[in-house]
Structure formats: C-alpha cells, structure tokens
Design a protein around this ligand. Structure first.
Ligand SMILES: Cc1ncc(COP(=O)(O)O)c(C=O)c1O
Length: 371
C-alpha cells in the first residue's frame, strides 16, 4: 500500500465541481483584486473565528509581518516566540529589524511554556510582542500567556497558521490575542490553491492599519498615507476559500477521528503520541509522534510505501540566519529534543481507516510487536 502524507486531490473530490464553477465565475466576472469574493470571505472568516475584522493578505508570513507592523512594532523592538516553529514565525518581522528572542516549549503540547516565558520576559528588555504558535493544531496555554504578557506590558499575536478551527476553552484560536495570523498554504487545514493568508483582530485601529499596509499604504485610490506592501489575497483564492470554509469543521472532525484511530492502534507501543489537553480542541494539522530511533523508523516506513516528514528538523535559533543572535546548541533543551525525535505521520481528511491501520501496523512491525 502507498500512503502519502497528504492527498489534496482526494480531500477535495466532493467539492471539485463547485470549485471549478466558482473559478469560471471569477474569470468571467473580470474582478481579480480586492473585490466581492475577498470581502465576503473576510466577513465569513471573521465570523467563524469570532472576531470583528479579518484582512486577507498573500501568505501566512505576510499576515505575521503586517499583523506585527499594524500593532506598531518597529526596527529595534523584539518579539518572543518558540524555536520549534516554521521559520517565518520569526522571519516575517526580523526582516524589518524586529529581532526574535526565544522561549522553550513544553514537551507534551510542543507549545510555549508559560513559566519559561515569564523568565524570558523578566530578563529581556525591549520585547514588545509575544507570538505563541498553536503548533500542529494544538492551542497554547493562552490564559497563562495572557496573564504574563499583561504583567510585562507585551502584546500578543497568535500564530494560528496550523490551527484553523482549534479551540482553547471553547473559543477559536486566532481571536484570543491582539492579532491572529493564519496561512492558507495548500496543505493547511484550510488551504487555497497557491499562497494566501489572513489577519484577524477585534481592533478597528489595527484593522485599518492592516488594510493600508497590504495595499501600498493607501487610504483610498492614489492616496498614500504610509509606506506599505503589495500583499493581497487574490479574488480567485478567496472565492475558493469561501467554499472550503464550509467544510472546515467536518474536515477537522475527520482529522480528529484519524488521530483517535492512531491512538487506538499505537497506544501500547514505545511511540510517544500527541496529547490533547482537557481544555483543548486539537485540529491535528499534523500528527506528530516522537521516537528515539527516528531515522530508522522513517526509512522503514519509506520502504513500506508510507511517506513521513519532520516538522521541523532544525529549531530556528540554530538556523544560520539567526546565528547573529548568538544562541548555542543546548539553549532550548525541549525544542532541541523534539527536533531530534519528531516524525509527522500521514494525516488528511480523506485518509481511509485501512490506511491509518496500515501505517500503524508498519510501526508495530518495526518494533517487533504483534500486529
Ligand atoms: C506555524 C507557521 N507559521 C507561519 C507559516 C507561514 O505561512 P505561509 O507559508 O503561508 O507564508 C506557516 C506555514 O508554513 C506555519 O506553519
């Protein structure tokens, strides 16, 4: 059997005709930039997350960049985030001279450890913004993070790029901080057919700033109040995202079912499975397990036709781009241990029960366990 890590074509089979139809609609409508579809999708997404405003931009990286700049950050300020994330959590702002400082993770949720955050903020001067990352689809401990950030006068921008629809204590992530940033990279829980992203906020001021920043700093056509970017969500992407948003809750339920099956099949193995905190609704963007013999298991699964990946092999404090910050190996033991041991197993909404069981059986075989 061949089991890929994602299968977008199969996931979208039942809405393919609607997607093609809406593409035709956009093509013949002749409106390709910031038209009706972007507006309608922004409204629908804001309502889904439970915030007042959403601003479509051209990637998750730009959502983080424009989100941070809309909050008033400027060169010389610092942000605190975790090292076990995709590089753009830090790079979206560091390219504008807003440097990251890092905070280690908890090894159970793989997310920011609030106790460590408090220590970091006591030590570091100039941190204006905290970026908790709801990694793999599991929400961060937002109450603790909010309390600590409030104490230190630090704003919050949630990196929700992997957590569309995840709940923290019954509330959707992306609506819990000052700003939320989402990616619509094709493989995300809600993905488009190219690049896309969105900023969420309850603040009218931040909303207006983000709207200006995404389109050359303009307040109206040919009137430019500040310097900005060209970073817009395309009409064609917004039109398709509108259709896909209707399916998001169902797809997330499917992901949760697959995670439940993996748990049932692998609970008695040496594999460390992902946890779901009692206050969390995990949306399993990725199904990440931890094993000591990572390379051998990945090679074994490859031989058996199962694709796996590592998210992410190098914690970002050890990436060449941030060598200037002076962090050394050993600075963040939990993030580094995770990076050595994690494997992302296949998970996607249309994954079939026998595919999950096949992957689990291959893992049991690897450990010489009864299948
Ligand atoms: C946690 C996280 N942050 C930021 C991003 C950046 O999003 P994009 O690829 O849309 O720029 C991603 C997606 O790859 C991500 O997973």
């Amino acid at each position: 059997m061949v089991v890929n890590i994602f299968n977008l074509d199969r996931d979208h089979q039942d809405i393919k005709e609607r997607l093609i139809e809406c593409m035709r609609d956009v093509l013949s409508g002749g409106d390709f930039i910031l038209g009706r579809h972007v507006r309608e999708f922004e409204e629908a997404f804001a309502a889904y997350i439970g915030v007042k405003y959403a601003v479509g931009v051209n990637s998750g990286t730009d959502a983080l960049k424009i989100g941070g700049l809309s909050l008033g950050l400027k060169a010389g300020d610092k942000v605190v985030t975790t090292p076990n994330t995709y590089i753009s959590t830090a790079m979206g702002l560091s390219i504008h001279g807003i440097e990251p400082v890092f905070c280690d993770i908890e090894l159970d949720t793989y997310n920011m450890d609030p106790h460590v955050l408090d220590e970091v903020l006591k030590k570091e001067k100039g941190v204006k913004l905290c970026i908790p990352v709801h990694l793999y689809g599991h929400p961060c401990r937002m109450d603790e993070i909010q309390e600590i950030c409030k104490k230190h006068g630090v704003l919050i921008m949630e990196d929700a790029c992997q957590a569309h629809g995840a709940l923290y204590k019954e509330k959707r992530v992306g609506g819990l901080g000052d700003v939320g940033a989402f990616s619509f990279y094709p493989t995300k829980n809600l993905g488009c057919y190219g690049d896309g992203g969105i900023i969420t906020t309850n603040s009218h001021e931040i909303y207006e700033k983000a709207v200006m920043l995404r389109a050359y700093g303009q307040t109206s056509k040919h009137v430019h109040a500040i310097e900005g970017f060209n970073s817009r969500l395309d009409e064609i992407q917004a039109a398709m995202l509108k259709i896909k948003l209707e399916k998001l809750d169902y797809w997330n339920k499917r992901r949760r079912h697959i995670a439940w099956l993996y748990k049932r099949e692998l609970e008695d193995t040496p594999v460390i499975l992902p946890m779901e905190a009692p206050w969390a609704y995990h949306v399993y963007h990725l199904y990440v397990v931890r094993v000591k013999e990572r390379d051998e298991l990945m090679a074994y699964l490859r031989e058996k036709g199962v694709t796996t990946l590592i998210h992410y092999p190098t914690p970002i404090h050890l990436q060449g781009v941030y060598s200037r910050l002076g962090y050394k190996q050993g600075a963040f033991p939990n993030s580094e241990e995770a990076a050595r041991q994690i494997i992302s197993l296949p998970i996607f909404p249309s994954m079939k029960e026998d595919e999950v069981i096949y992957v689990a059986r291959c893992i049991r075989e690897f450990y010489g366990m009864q299948v």
